[in-house]
Design a protein around this ligand. Structure first.
Ligand code: HEM
Length: 313
């Protein structure tokens, strides 16, 4: 009886490996050839975040900026000596967490060489970072392939902080296939992390009337120290919670693209719901992340498994 169970488990595992979706992802992709991959990622992420809890935000943003440009293919990690790669774009100027990915990759290469893609590592690390910060845990499929192109001009697809709800909907819903509740939940990724003053300057030069006056004053004071000074997105910026949405309700959203979600009739009720019901926020965030992690994946044997995440093989 026991041996029957072992055999069926083995078969299930095999089927899991074989049953790749049309986009090439599966639940047990590394089950046979690198079974410890998720554990290695989790351990390194946890250690890194224990040292610097603010890096959770960096790892989440890294995944978003990877997937929105040429799909989730780790193109954001590639170094170019002539400064023409995605990571050299001003839109990626403050992206953080590259060293954590390097460390994970090194450990994984030592155990299962040439097997685990950098794009999967980025997706798993973002998932673990969200969970570490108190957010939802979601199972993700693996099997992404790494890209062989990383060009600064491709980062045009990243949203600038000045977008209003109509433009956010065009980008997230019409272009990338998210629902409006998913767009609002994903913006809730700003429940962790910081923005540089340069990203909210547009709201302070001529004070944006949608900013709460005392908050506007406090931002102006902080930002008088210079463009690279940072401000937290909400008052619990290392905890993944729904305080971000409450901040929007009191006109204390940091970026134009944050506050617009409360000020637009198309999204206001969703903000209210997430502010009241954290479980609903977490559920839609999870759905949104699962979709984001599958944007424009390389098909079949396109792409590669990079040996060093910073270099094309
Ligand atoms: C909706 C459109 C979005 C816009 C316009 C936007 C824009 C920005 C900007 C301007 C910053 C600050 C960069 C700086 O000043 O250094 C930022 C930070 C951040 N963004 Fe977004 N973002 C958007 C959506 C997202 C999504 C979908 C996620 C993830 C699900 C995300 C996660 C983050 C995180 C975690 C940070 C903080 C990073 C850190 O502390 O290092 N953002 N975003």
């Amino acid at each position: 009886m026991a041996s029957k169970r072992v055999v069926s488990l083995f078969l299930l595992l095999l089927i899991g490996v074989q049953m790749r979706g049309s986009n090439g992802l599966s639940n047990f992709y590394y089950g046979m050839n690198c079974p410890f991959v998720e554990m290695i990622v989790r351990n390194v992420v946890n250690q890194a975040l224990q040292k610097d809890p603010t890096l959770a935000a960096g790892l989440l943003r890294l995944h978003f900026h990877d997937c929105f440009v040429q799909g989730c293919d780790a193109s954001i990690l590639i170094d170019a000596s002539d400064g023409t790669a995605e990571k050299d774009s001003p839109a990626n100027g403050s992206v953080r967490g590259y060293e954590v990915i390097d460390q994970i990759k090194q450990l994984i290469e030592a155990r299962c060489p040439g097997t685990v893609s950098c794009a999967d590592i980025v997706a798993l690390a973002a998932r673990d970072a969200v969970f570490w910060a108190g957010g939802p845990y979601y199972g993700i499929m693996t099997g992404r392939r790494d890209g062989t192109r990383s060009k600064i001009e491709d980062t045009r697809g990243l949203p600038p902080p000045t977008l209003n709800t109509t433009d956010l909907i065009k980008l997230f819903v019409n272009q990338h296939g998210f629902t409006i509740p998913e767009l609002v939940a994903l913006s809730g990724g700003h429940t962790i992390g910081v923005a540089r003053c340069s990203s909210l300057k547009n709201r302070l030069d001529n004070v944006d009337p949608t900013l709460e006056p005392n908050f506007a004053q406090s931002l102006t004071r902080t930002c008088s120290a210079g463009d690279s000074t940072t401000v937290p997105f909400d008052r619990t910026s290392t905890t993944f919670d729904n305080v971000y949405f409450r901040a929007l309700q009191s006109s204390q959203g940091v970026l134009t693209s944050d506050q617009t979600l409360y000020n637009s009739p198309q999204t206001r009720m969703i903000v209210d719901n997430y502010a009241m019901n954290q479980a609903m926020f977490f559920f839609n965030f999870q759905q949104g992340m699962l979709k984001m992690g599958q944007l424009d994946l390389k098909e079949g044997n396109q792409g590669e498994v990079r040996l060093n995440c910073r270099k094309i093989n």
